[in-house]
Design a protein around this ligand. Structure first.
Ligand SMILES: O=C(O)c1cccc(C(=O)CC[C@H]2O[C@@H](n3cnc4c(=O)[nH]cnc43)[C@H](O)[C@@H]2O)c1
Length: 252
């Protein structure tokens, strides 16, 4: 009985503080040059895959990791844009309770942004996938939220469990941020989560996602981004989860 955990992150920078607290067992490279880091931390062994940004890199990297490591749990992590409409600010932490790939659907000639669902499932038997929506393991997400609420000091930051969205075009205006919030009510926007959620679903492997906000979603002002704070928080959140989670044993 053994859990095999694969952790995905777009860039090494996003979990550099986490890697400093791990015992690195070995670092190798995938056939297309992605770093694969086997490590031990907080009594768990895990494999970190640096996927590269975006949905295609993520899907390719996770497919390779699925075939090579046969994980029982996939954790997507990293930094993200936060929606202030959801009450979040940079530095806050989110646990996904669903993932939606925003561009999915059939164009509605009467609306520039509200698409009709696709006329077919992207994942067989999952009608929500017609709108690019993929599920996460709810038990793990709720467990993760409780662990993070206990691990971080209450006054330090806000921690939520809510929907995440995935984009291929980074949002850079308040107009688009408001439209996305009105359509999806997300707490965070990233460029990878829906791809990893879809691949994990195809392989029937438990999936969860924990991110920390580096910037608000909306008008672009790079000076306001808090990347260091976000990488510290994402790393601490991942560490706290791995230290305290009680994962169900699975048959080897
Ligand atoms: O320089 C930029 O404009 C820029 C925009 C988005 C991300 C970056 C990164 O260097 C981080 C890579 C990683 O971060 C996630 N991320 C962070 N903020 C956002 C956002 O507002 N919208 C979408 N993704 C975001 C994303 O998952 C990237 O892979 C630089």
């Amino acid at each position: 009985m053994n859990q095999r955990i694969v952790i995905l992150v777009a860039t090494r920078m996003e979990i550099a503080p986490f890697l400093e607290h791990c015992g690195i067992i070995q670092e190798t490279f995938s056939p297309v040059g992605r770093a694969i880091i086997e490590l031990s931390v907080a009594g768990q062994q895990a494999t970190v895959v640096i996927t590269g940004p975006g949905v295609v890199n993520t899907a390719q990297a996770l497919t390779g990791a699925m075939e090579a490591f046969k994980p029982t749990l996939v954790i997507q992590t990293g930094i993200a844009g936060v929606f202030d409409q959801a009450g979040l600010e940079p530095g806050d932490v989110g646990v996904a309770d669903s993932e939606t790939y925003v561009p999915t659907g059939v164009e509605n000639p009467l609306s520039t942004h509200r698409f009709f669902p696709l006329p077919f499932d992207l994942v067989d038997g999952q009608p929500e996938s017609r709108q690019g929506k993929f599920s996460v393991n709810q038990e793990l997400a709720s467990h993760g939220l409780e662990i993070l609420k206990q691990g971080f000091s209450k006054t330090e930051l806000t921690i939520v469990k809510a929907g995440f969205i995935t984009v291929s075009t980074v949002t850079a205006s308040d107009t688009t941020a408001n439209r996305l919030y009105a359509t999806f009510q997300p707490c965070m926007e990233s460029m990878e989560g829906a791809a990893s959620a879809q691949v994990a679903t195809l392989y029937n492997v438990d999936f969860m996602e924990i991110r920390a906000g580096s910037n608000r979603v909306g008008n672009r002002d790079k000076q306001l981004w808090q990347i260091d704070l976000a990488t510290q928080r994402a790393s601490r959140a991942l560490y706290l989860f791995l230290k305290d989670c009680t994962l169900h044993p699975v048959p080897v």
